[in-house]
Design a protein around this ligand. Sequence first.
Ligand code: PEP
Ligand code: MG
Length: 587
Amino acid sequence: MDYIRLRGLGVSPGIDIGEVHLTEKVVFTSRKETISSQQVKEELQRLKNAIGRTNDQLVLIKEEIRKKIGEEHSFIFEAHLLILKDKSLLSSLEKIIKEEKSRAEWAISRVHDKYQELFESISDEYFRQRKFDISDVLSRIYSNLKPIELKKRDDNSEKILVAHDLLPSEAAVRLSKGNVLAVALDMGGQTSHTAILARSLNIPAVMGLRNITQRVKNRDILIVDGTDGEVIINPPLAIRKEFASKKEKYDDYQQELKKTARLRSSTLDEVVFSPLANIELPEEVNLAFSLGAEGIGLFRSEFIYFQSTSLPTEEDHFLIYSRIAKEAYPSPVYIRTVDVGGEKNLPQLKIEKEPNPALGLRAIRFSLRDRELFKIQLRAILRASSLKNVRILFPMITELEEVKEVKLLFQEVKGELEAKRIKFDENIPLGVMIEVPAAAAISDILVKEVDYLSIGTNDLIQYYLAVDRSNELVSYLFKPLHPSVLRLIKFIIQNAQKEGKEVTVCGEMAADPLSAIVLLGFGLRKFSMNPIFIPRIKNVLRSVEYKTVKGIVQKAMALKTAQEIEEYIIEKILVKHPKAFLMGQIT
Ligand code: PEP
Ligand code: MG
């Protein structure tokens, strides 16, 4: 039998093999069926009934999902219920039925196209993905226009789910059943609900395969390799064997990592460190803790702006922050105020086009210009702080004046809440991100003004080495181990230590094993990173002795280039702590 290999986007790691289960997709009509004026009332009632049925289904599914896979995954249905209640959506559907004298199916199809077009024009990937929520709700209404059919009996055997796309509610319902071995989709991206859900349920998934639905049929055999983003249709025995052994290795490795999550975060000589998680969505909190996070070291709050075409309200902010704070409690949650502008420009913020956005109106600069928006966010963070595990971080600080201004504004907001007798944590700690070289150079001054520093090495290295962090052409120059970068980071850590203040590294550097060893040697104890890297870093740091690392790093600082430093540390650590290398952690 011929077999086919397809490349896609590995969005959830792991490997599985099984029979294909192709899902059917709701296809909106492209034919306008007209009705008479007398039938309009009846048609509007038909639409209303379908919406009512959709509402009942969503409420039921939400409850079922909450019970089966947890509160955090039932939230999308809350979002869907809100979409369903959206007056403008309903009135545009009714308007088409009335004005065009058409069937409700046609109205849904038209409204669907309009929304898809609107969302498609948005450049941000995460934001664009939200079009699927609208699609999801409209598809459900569309299906509910049909008379209720007797349900076919569900086939509960384990299968590989293949679909053109999975709407968020469909993904939650199907993936929570426990009989999906893996997922392969024509469409989809890293930040889709399905990807997030697959990752948190540990289901391998490959997306963006373009036309897999046309290449397979039910009962074909499929290998899905979510780690490498590959799918193989009807593999011969030799390839099946190869992947079965790869799967075994991967599963064993996962077991090892999971074990790591439950172990103490301390070096061989009992120096305690904290792995923390950088997250962008509330849905990631549980995954982070299951991988061993001891807190949320960075919540990139700007992602709230990507979830709607309009500006988020104080309530929108508040719901998200309090949900994260509750789920992480009693562990700390560092909420970073919005870092918009720069690459993360959004149409609703109306930021002028800038010739050099990376050096422009970004992060705290934007917040201090648009103070009303900033105050909305500060109020929401404060309101969510009543459990006393919320902390604040201000991004892209350049000078002392900004810190003073931010603190004044913060006092003002606190005063407003007090006047309204709204509860919050009066001693909520404040910190700044050190991402601009100028802030690093005056970190001894800045640290006196705040409770902690958080070093954002992604930007700090970009600005210090003048290397665009997302430009492939110069990525060879982006070197965390460049002696200049290490001197600067050491200086910042020492400044925090002198004042007895906390310091965290929250850039990608913290997730790189070799860099993490160097940072440990500098005295760093808080490492915040993408949750999936936590077990790896925890393993590495647990297998070294702080005292030894400190000595090695001290000597390395006398070397002249990143390469010399890298080679020296690898050589010395390999001799002293070969276990740090054992699981292929350091390469
Ligand atoms: C950083 O710059 O290192 C950082 C953590 O912030 P972001 O990646 O969101 O810019
Ligand atoms: Mg940054």
